[in-house]
Design a protein around this ligand. Structure first.
Ligand code: BJW
Length: 237
């Protein structure tokens, strides 16, 4: 039974944006131009072939101009604005569809496509154009240090302290559209489950590597199932 002032933590993955037309990582063949995601999205991959990695992110950044939030994104923004209790939305996605839908209490734990960072001076800046090895940093003016503001394999996800604190006081943990194979996000359900009476719901098209940790499974597309779930939660007010 979810109380109307319950503390909610939501984790979203690539399945959240699938119905907006953003491809998932591990669907069908799980490759991008023949490369495994682990090879492209890593500091080693960037050092080996920066032009390849820039191209991967440039294409995905440009593609954001042609997608829109779906009914699932809009439902989560509505839940945040109408929920009386604490609320935190954590996304592994690097698209900006949650914020375009109106979500505000939002953490991009794996970074953001529309931001770039200078490895020289550390400045993080909004970035909607292509990046290249020769791109000049707008903050320090140096060339050669610019990279996507993305968390690659082996790097530390953002705002983990805030996320862990929220998980430890969560009454409801809702996990949407993630395959549950990438850590530390794949371990969030286990952390939430340690809190007595925390209810865990997984929403996905299929069972995942972490499904057995959840009390409730909603099987179906997020854009269809989330508006129904949000209606159910808000009906308790
Ligand atoms: C739908 C749907 C619809 C489809 N509706 N559902 C060995 C063991 C354990 C861990 C490790 C290990 N070796 C290395 C590690 C650590 C490593 C890791 O986990 N590797 C695994 C591959 C084994 N992790 C890291 O390196 C992380 N850092 C780290 O651990 O630092 C140390 C640390 C320790 C402790 C605490 C804190 C830190 C960094 C991970 C960075 C991940 N980066 C990426 C790429 C960058 C972003 C980008 O380019 O976009 O992030 S990888 C990629 O996977 C991306 C995603 O965010 C992430 C998760 O993918 P996601 O979202 O689950 O997508 P899919 O495609 O896998 O699944 C989609 C799901 O949706 C499917 O289930 C579908 O069924 C479903 N679906 N349509 C509902 N309509």
């Amino acid at each position: 039974m979810i109380q109307p002032d319950a503390s909610i933590v939501i984790l979203t993955g690539a399945g959240m944006s699938a119905e907006s037309g953003v491809p998932t990582f591990r669907g069908v063949d799980g490759l991008w131009e023949g490369h495994r995601i682990e090879d492209v999205a890593s500091p080693g991959g960037f050092a080996r072939d920066p032009d390849l990695v820039h191209r991967f992110y440039n294409l995905r950044r440009a593609a954001l101009n042609h997608v829109e939030p779906n009914a699932g994104h809009l439902a989560l923004a509505r839940l945040e604005s109408e929920w009386r209790g604490r609320f935190l939305l954590v996304t592994q996605n690097v698209d900006d569809l949650h914020e375009r839908a109106g979500s505000e209490k939002l953490i991009h734990m794996h970074g953001e496509l529309r931001k770039a960072r200078c490895e020289g001076c550390g400045a993080v800046m909004s970035w909607t154009q292509d990046l290249a090895s020769g791109t000049r940093c707008r903050a320090c003016g140096e060339i050669g240090g610019m990279r996507p503001h993305i968390v690659w394999f082996g790097e530390f996800p953002f705002e983990m302290d805030v996320i862990l604190a929220a998980l430890k006081r969560a009454d409801l943990f809702l996990c949407i559209g993630t395959s549950g194979v990438v850590y530390p996000a794949a371990g969030f359900a286990q952390i939430a489950a340690e809190r007595p009476n925390c209810h865990l719901i997984e929403m996905n098209l299929e069972s995942t590597a972490i499904s057995r940790q959840f009390h409730e499974h909603i099987v179906g597309p997020a854009a269809i199932e989330l508006p129904k779930l949000v209606e159910r939660l808000l009906a308790k007010r």
